[in-house]
Each structure stands twice: as structure tokens, then as C-alpha cells.
Design a protein around this ligand. Structure first.
Ligand code: FAD
Ligand code: SF4
Length: 511
């Protein structure tokens, strides 16, 4: 018996369903759990706030259209910097497939040293490298993780590697979840060739084939408890513009939250769950990231090649990971300084630009707060060591571009013109207020962290909340620390593990 993807916007009246398991969120983690449980014979309903768009239609959207239909809030979500911290633009997806639709495809396992820290220092004995290995293997097979061939590198990345070699460090090929990638650098706006194996092309079709019912345009507001257990969720059906329509109620024997580190804490707050721990919505890590642009005499045309193809962990001891990433030219133009003729002259030089980025393996400092309406607001107090790491990251990227032969670099600092090597040498990056540094994040994590006791964590090692039996959290909010690498593969492997732990325990009786 196959299931279906339903558009909530076309459902007449209210939605009232009963099922074995209800999953909130259809992104990287929700899709994995939906497939695993449905394939094991459980009746699964997935509720997704965003709309459902066919892969070819999403891939054909202009970036401005994609921002409106597939990205959350047109990519305007931000963490407000407190003290000497930058404002960090936090990007997320909002559609059937979640943020998985927007990734650059980069896949890293959770680094072994992280798992050793989690399993020994933090006492999460079930999360050893050996115990997680089968889940990584299974997810990598399911989403076709492959090494990006050197031939797929853009000229931008080749030039950067040349500079890195001259400075004594190397780049390593990235692994990505792609099949037949033609190197069109459009991954962040959904691959036009369906070459990126996002969950709408992998786990969700598997879930539907096994009978799962997925409902788009369904915003869950709270978890419904009864007799000391989670027994369902309630919320609203939305129209195509995201406005509230009918009511929804799904009764279930088990409830799974996969709404992301940004939204799962809200669902707990709305439902009065997890208050005792005092950590719901706290400890958010973001992997603050930035890019530095190098300008060359030659035509680089960095958009020819895989969007992301190589990385360097040479600065891991300083908690920095360097990752190649080109950006669509329209967005690249918008990051250039100046106005009027000066800006136009720079825009003319776009084909001469190389781009390389990096992220900080941050200590946390992010915190969600309840807003007046539905949206939370988020503050981020960057640790002093992380602020110093920001300067260091900018300096490494800029020095490498100059070693590669760049004439000028453009730093992610508002109000700063392009710099030649002597101007960079005299610049004290630590003295620039962090509020002038342009930072982004695609990796919010940690707001409902996993732990070994209810006083300091929200879920146990199975992902079940301490406060409400039958309620599981499987998204990136459960990560106890940041990773220092892109998290989708780690989130999916942890979700696969949580699904199998659920299957180990009989479903409770329906109420
Ligand atoms: C632009 C971009 C590029 C990225 N590139 C990479 C990369 O190259 N490699 C990598 O490893 N990671 C990358 N990431 C990060 C990766 O996509 C996320 O870490 C991962 O998808 C998080 O999984 P999740 O299940 O926690 O949340 P998501 O995938 O974000 O899914 C959460 C879903 O829940 C839905 N939802 C939220 N609230 C509700 C509610 N109340 N009711 C119903 N539904 C709700 C959301 O609409 C969303 O669809 C990128 C992210 C972005 C945005
Ligand atoms: S680089 Fe282009 S072809 Fe390859 S996955 Fe990204 S968008 Fe698709």
C-alpha cells in the first residue's frame, strides 16, 4: 500500500487523523525516520509547514522565486549579536524536504574526536564511533555520498589550492550526496538536474512507497499529552501564502519532532515540556561562517564547477574548517562594496573573482527567546575565543588568495573597500567591531540537547524526552556540541539510529 503527499492548502475544512506515529517536519531528520518506520510496517503521518513542490519545478525556479517558496522567511532569519558578536544570518528551508533541498551537498561524518568526547566526557556511551558506523554507512548508501572528482573543481578552487600549497597546507576533496552532478553551482537553490540526492528524492519517496502519508501546509503548534504520555499533535492548516485556515489534530501512539533546532524548542515551550531542565532553547551553536573574495587579472569564472568541491582541516587545532563555496553571480554582486560607478566597475569584474569560505567550530552562545507572535527571536553572544577565530579565519583566507596571485581581496567587513597586500598587512581585524563582520550560518544545532540526566538535558540517548514518554526529538537540536563540519549526514545518521531504537520498543496502545 503506497501513501501520498497531500497539499494541506487543498484540504477542505479541518484535518483529523489517527496513526501509529506522527512526525513533525519533513527535512533531513524527519524524512529518515519516516522511511525507517514506514518500511518496518508502522503507519506514519508526516506534517510539514512548508509547501510541496515537484523537484523539476523547484530546480527551475529563479533564486528570487526559490527564496519565496522553498527558503524560510526569504532567508531573512537572523541571530542578533550581543556584545562583540556579529549579526548572523541563519538560513533554513521551509518546504517538503526541509533544508535538505538547499544544501551544497557536503557530507561529513561526525568527526571521531567529537564522538569520543560525547561518549566519554559527556557520558553518551551509545554514541561511540563504532556504534554509529552502521548508521553512517546506511545513510551514505541511501543518499549516494561520493567523492567530488578533482575535474569538477572550479577555477576558483584550483587557484585557492595553489595558494594553499604555497603556504604549506593542502585541500582534500569533499564528499557530497550527488549523482551525475554537472557542476552548475546552483545547489543552494535546488539542483536543476535532480543531481543532488536531497531527501525529497531519496528518503521521502521510500517513506511514501511504504505507505507514509505526508501533509504539506500543516503547521504544528503543540504536542498533545494524555495520561503522562504524548498522544498526538495539534495545529493549523495553512493556505498557499502561509495564512491560517482550518485546524489539524493528529492522534498518534508515538510523536516525533523533527522541526529543526530553531523550531522544535518552540513546540516544547508551547506544550509546557522540558521546563525543568532549563536548557530548552539554550546552547545553540551556529558554525558562524564567512567568505573572502580574491580578485585576479585572469578570468576565473568560478561558477563553472561543483558549488563545493574541496576543504581543509589544516587549522582544526584553531577550530577552523575551510570549505570551497562559490555563490551565484547575482548574490556575489550584492556582496561587493561601493555604489554607483565604483560598484558597476566591480560588478564588471565578477568573472575575475574567486571565492573561498570557512566556518568556526563555535562554543555556543545562541539562545532562543519566545517572540510575541509565532516566530522566536534568537540572540548570539559570541565567545571571546570565537571572535578571535573570526579574525584568524579572515586572515588565512585573504593570505591564501594573495599567495595564489590575487591582486586584491574583498573581506566580509561592511564599509571596507578591496585591499591590496600592503593594506591587509596593516589592518587590525581584532579592532573591527564584530557588528561590521558579515557572517552567515546554515547549521543551527543544540537547543534540545541530549544528555544522561534530566536536570541538564532534554532528551535521553534514544532521543526520547525526559519529561514526556512517547515524545521523541530527532533533529539537530539534540546535538550536545557543535561539530566543526557540515551536519546533515550526522543528523541523518542520528535520526536513523533513533528510528531503530523506537522500533526496538513496542508501540504503546492507542488512546
Ligand atoms: C543554504 C543551506 C546550505 C546547507 N548546506 C549544507 C551542506 O552542504 N552540508 C550539510 O551537511 N548541511 C548543509 N546545510 C544544513 C542542513 O541542511 C541541515 O543541518 C539539516 O537539513 C537539518 O535537518 P533537520 O531535520 O534538523 O531540519 P530541516 O531539514 O531544516 O527540517 C525541518 C523541517 O521542519 C519544518 N517545520 C518547522 N516547524 C514546523 C512546525 N511547527 N510544523 C510543521 N513543520 C515544521 C520546516 O519547515 C522544515 O521543513 C545547509 C543548510 C542550508 C539552509
Ligand atoms: S553543482 Fe549543479 S548539478 Fe551539481 S548538484 Fe549542485 S546544482 Fe546540481
Amino acid at each position: 500500500m503506497t501513501g501520498e503527499i497531500h497539499n494541506g492548502r487543498s484540504v477542505a475544512g479541518d484535518l483529523d487523523l489517527s496513526t501509529d506515529v506522527v512526525i513533525v517536519g519533513s527535512g533531513a531528520s524527519g524524512a529518515v525516520v519516516a522511511a525507517e518506520l514506514a518500511e518496518a510496517g508502522q503507519k506514519v503521518v508526516v506534517l510539514e509547514e512548508g509547501g510541496h513542490h515537484l523537484p523539476a519545478a523547484m530546480g527551475a525556479m529563479r533564486p528570487s522565486e526559490s527564496l519565496r517558496h522553498v527558503w524560510r522567511a526569504g532567508s531573512m532569519t537572523a541571530a542578533i549579536g550581543i556584545g562583540d558578536s556579529p549579526v548572523i544570518n541563519v538560513m533554513m528551508g521551509r518546504a517538503v524536504g526541509g533544508s535538505s533541498l538547499l544544501t551544497g551537498g557536503v557530507c561529513f561524518r561526525i568527526p571521531e574526536h567529537k564522538l569520543v568526547h560525547w561518549s566519554t566526557t559527556l557520558g553518551l556511551t551509545e554514541l561511540t564511533p563504532a556504534k554509529l558506523e552502521p548508521y553512517f554507512d546506511a545513510v551514505e548508501r541511501a543518499i549516494h555520498v561520493e567523492t567530488v572528482p578533482e575535474t569538477a573543481r572550479s577555477r576558483s578552487t584550483v587557484l585557492y589550492e595553489d595558494g594553499a600549497r604555497k603556504l604549506g597546507y593542502r585541500l582534500t576533496p569533499l564528499r557530497r550526496n550527488t549523482r551525475g552532478c554537472e557542476g552548475r553551482s546552483k545547489c543552494n537553490f535546488v539542483c536543476p538536474h535532480q543531481a543532488k540526492a536531497s531527501v525529497d528524492l531519496t528518503y521521502l519517496p521510500r517513506a511514501v512507497a511504504a505507505g507514509a502519508e505526508i501533509y504539506a501546509d500543516c503547521r504544528v503548534s503543540r504536542v498533545v499529552p494524555h495520561g503522562g504520555r504524548a498522544v498526538g499533535v495539534s495545529g493549523r492548516l495553512l493556505d498557499a501564502d502561509g495564512h491560517k485556515r482550518g485546524h489539524l489534530m493528529v492522534r498518534a501512539r508515538r510523536v516525533v519532532l523533527a522541526a529543526s533546532a530553531w523550531y522544535t524548542p518552540l513546540l516544547l515551550w508551547n506544550s509546557g515540556i522540558g521546563r525543568g531542565s532549563g536548557v530548552v532553547g539554550r546552547n545553540m551553536t551556529l558554525h558562524p561562517s564567512l567568505r573572502v573574495i580574491g580578485e585576479f587579472d585572469e578570468e576565473v569564472r568560478g561558477w563553472h564547477g561543483a558549488l563545493q568541491s574541496a576543504y581543509s582541516d589544516a587549522f582544526l587545532a584553531e577550530r577552523l574548517t575551510l570549505v570551497s563555496a562559490f555563490v551565484p553571480t547575482s548574490i556575489l554582486a550584492a556582496t561587493m562594496p561601493g555604489a554607483g560607478p565604483a560598484f558597476m566597475a566591480r560588478a564588471d569584474r565578477i568573472r575575475h573573482l574567486g571565492v573561498f569560505g570557512g566556518m568556526i567550530h563555535d562554543e555556543g552562545g545562541g539562545r532562543l527567546h519566545r517572540g510575541l507572535g509565532r516566530e522566536p527571536w534568537v540572540t548570539y553572544r559570541m565567545a571571546r575565543a570565537d571572535r578571535a577565530a573570526l579574525s584568524r579565519l579572515i586572515r588565512i583566507l585573504a593570505d591564501t588568495w594573495f599567495a595564489a596571485g590575487a591582486r586584491r581581496v574583498y573581506l566580509p567587513v561592511f564599509g571596507l573597500e578591496g585591499l591590496d597586500p600592503s593594506a591587509l598587512a596593516t589592518l587590525n581585524l581584532d579592532r573591527i567591531p564584530a557588528s561590521r563582520i558579515e557572517c552567515t550560518s546554515q547549521h543551527p544545532l543544540g537547543t534540545c540537547r541530549m544528555g544522561t540526566d534530566r536536570a541538564h538535558s532534554v532528551v535521553n540517548q534514544d532521543g526520547e524526552t525526559w519529561d514526556l514518554p512517547g515524545l521523541y526529538i530527532v533533529d539537530g537540536s539534540t546535538f550536545p556540541t557543535s561539530l566543526g563540519v557540515n551536519p546533515q549526514l550526522g543528523i541523518m545518521a542520528m535520526a536513523a539510529r533513533a528510528a531503530l531504537r523506537m522500533l526496538d520498543r513496542p508501540l504503546p496502545a492507542a488512546v
